[in-house]
Design a protein around this ligand. Structure first.
Ligand code: C5P
Length: 201
């Protein structure tokens, strides 16, 4: 039976961690839809046309190294504003969402555009400063050289572009449950998300 959990929110709010934990707990499949845009954006860095890049995407591309860099994140956000790129990625995401056994998808437009009928919709946020600190720790942990101001500016630029675009902008679905993780531990945020799934099952 299909059961879809849609988790949206701005960059580095904790969507990925929460999504993976929910998927693990309930035995659902997980799709980080940001990877679709990151893999597409990455291909454009060598001059490939964005539409061509989206069309050529293979499941293996989503496993590629180097998708988590700041440059690729910005390229992802740029290609994500192109309606034709988004359209090319819709069918794959919807098929994933309705697979048997349940699915968790995290992104920006899952509850609004990809899966408006998802059984559970969460919109995960945190203050800009907390999100930047989390992303900074993650990048430093992977050996990237960067600093708080750079990371904060990167996130804010990306969120502004993602929120302002005409097609499938970053915004909460009207029926989404808001989860502000600013003052929550990972465990608390995961517990709150799991409670929503239990409530709807
Ligand atoms: O989630 P992540 O930060 O990896 O996403 C990278 C970029 O991909 C976002 O900044 C956004 O522009 C785009 N994206 C999107 N719609 C989604 C997921 C990601 O536009 N569902």
């Amino acid at each position: 039976m299909a059961f879809t959990v849609a988790i949206d929110g701005p960059a580095a709010a904790g969507k990925g961690t929460i999504s993976r934990a929910v998927a693990d707990k309930f035995g659902f499949a997980h799709l980080d839809t940001g990877l679709l845009y990151r893999a597409t954006g990455r291909r454009t860095l060598d001059g490939t046309d964005p539409m061509e890049a989206a069309r050529l995407l293979t499941p293996e591309d989503l496993q590629a190294d180097g998708l988590r860099t700041p440059d690729v994140a910005q390229a992802a956000s740029r290609v994500a504003a192109i309606p034709e790129v988004r359209a090319a990625l819709v069918d794959f995401q919807r098929a994933f969402a309705r697979r048997n056994g349940g699915a968790v998808l995290d992104g920006r437009d899952i509850g609004t555009v990809i899966c408006p009928d998802a059984e559970v919709k969460l919109f995960v946020t945190a203050s800009d400063e907390v999100r930047a600190k989390r992303r900074l720790d993650e990048l430093l942990g992977k050996g990237h050289e960067t600093d708080f101001e750079t990371v904060l500016c990167d996130l804010q630029t990306r969120d502004a572009r993602d929120s302002a675009r005409a097609t499938a902008p970053l915004k909460s679905a009207e029926d989404a449950v808001m989860l502000d993780t600013t003052r929550m531990s990972i465990e608390e945020a995961v517990a709150a998300a799991c409670a929503e799934v239990v409530r709807k099952q």
